[in-house]
Design a protein around this ligand. Structure first.
Ligand SMILES: [Zn+2]
Length: 407
């Protein structure tokens, strides 16, 4: 039967394609909205438009089958290196394939170099790049900068943060090689002036007057975070004498000090992590410390870090929460990021939880075998499909066209 063309147009008008993308039938995990169920997610104009039990595929320009996969907010990596540091890496080709739609550069730039960071990286990439501003004026360019107390200026740092609030979400203090608390105290003062948290990456230096206990209980504030929590030379969460979680680490947690994974090239050790996990001491936030010496052999990207936490007993749901909602909250960006709430940026990860036998490696070149592994299969950033390893957003050829298909 011949259908008049006007009738077809009329039909299209009744079912307008009001959405750019709809993800169909995935298991949505959105801790900020207490959603843990099969739902469809529609995206329009770069934002989450609707989350509902059934959104017809015909209402979207592109329908993507997400059955058998978890649909989560785009992962937020609270500790990444995109600028300044000698091992810094380009964010897009490392973050987006792993479902990581936001990376927080941990101290690459100080108040003297934030403009350069913005011009060269932040405005040039598709990944959302935020920054923890180094208390050292010139940032993470080695000991000439990171030990230079005279150039750690709380007032100038806080002023610069106030001018750059769109990208700067906190302060970083790192690699301080001198005795005492000068660097951390200046970072905390800048944090107080700008009302932002401080991330600490700082050695225990017992013979020069720095201890984990004093740092966690006396110098850091509630809301400040210690990264690299599972190494044994920056913060001694586990006693090396009895393998138990330190009483003062528990007290620090009670007073609101936060602990961040910060896997990195030397900071995730299975014996420390396993002992801490036995004592119930897991990271508040999961992060990678991704740079050129942690990305390849140790596979410290976000899904691998989540897998390692699951191997220690954390549930997948908790691993998602500590990679999305909680990091967003820590840097005061929830609900702008870290949730699939309607109206917010359409930053989405589609994750598979594979079952099998997997080798998960630490920073000492040792592995543990695990039966589950998280893998990102699809990433949407600001409404754009950026990664699709299973081709879920790709239509199949239905005919060979002008080329012959060789059977
Ligand atoms: Zn780092």
């Amino acid at each position: 039967m011949k259908v008049p063309i006007l009738a077809l147009l009329g039909c299209a008008a009744a079912w307008p394609q009001q959405y750019d993308i709809v993800l169909k039938g995935g298991h949505v995990l959105d801790p900020a909205n207490n959603i843990n169920a099969v739902r469809d997610v529609a995206v329009a104009g770069g934002r989450i438009a609707r989350v509902a039990a059934d959104i017809p595929a015909s209402q979207a320009k592109k329908a993507i089958d997400a059955k058998g996969r978890y649909v989560t907010p785009g992962l937020i990596d609270l500790h990444f290196h995109a600028y300044g540091y000698s091992g810094a890496i380009f964010p897009d080709d490392t973050a987006l394939p792993t479902g990581t739609t936001t990376v927080v550069d941990a101290g690459g730039a100080g108040f003297r170099t934030i403009d350069d960071f913005r011009a060269k990286i932040i405005t040039k990439v598709r990944t959302r790049v935020l920054a923890l501003m180094n208390i050292a004026g010139r940032g993470m360019i080695g000991s000439a900068s990171e030990d230079n107390v005279a150039d750690m200026r709380p007032a100038e740092t806080a002023e610069s943060i106030k001018k750059n609030r769109d990208v700067v979400v906190g302060i970083k203090v790192a690699h301080f090689g001198k005795p005492g608390w000068d660097a951390l105290k200046r970072a905390v003062e800048a944090g107080r002036l700008a009302d932002v948290p401080v991330m600490v990456d700082d050695k225990i230096f017992t013979n020069a007057g720095r201890t984990s206990q004093e740092k966690l209980l006396d110098v850091m504030r509630p809301g400040d975070m210690h990264t690299h929590m599972y190494n044994d030379r920056q913060v001694e969460v586990v006693s090396r004498f009895n393998g138990k979680v330190q009483e003062y680490a528990q007290q620090a947690r009670v007073r609101g000090v936060l602990f961040d994974l910060g896997h990195g090239g030397g900071s995730f050790l299975w014996p420390v992590a396993a002992a801490a996990a036995r004592g119930g001491f897991f990271p508040d936030t999961i992060s990678t410390d991704l740079h050129d010496s942690s990305i390849m052999m140790q596979q410290s990207d976000m899904p691998n870090c989540m897998s390692k936490m699951m191997a220690l007993g954390m549930t997948f749901e908790e691993a998602v929460k500590r990679s999305t909602m909680i990091p967003a909250k820590v840097i005061k960006r929830l609900p702008e990021i870290g949730t699939l709430g309607e109206g917010h940026s359409a930053d989405i990860a589609v994750l598979a939880v594979r079952e099998g036998v997997f080798a998960l490696k630490d920073s000492w070149g040792k592995k543990r075998l695990a039966s589950k592994k998280v893998e990102n299969v699809l990433t949407i950033r600001a409404g754009q499909l950026e990664w699709d390893s299973e081709g879920r957003g790709f239509p199949e050829w239905t005919k060979a066209g002008k080329y012959e298909v060789i059977p």
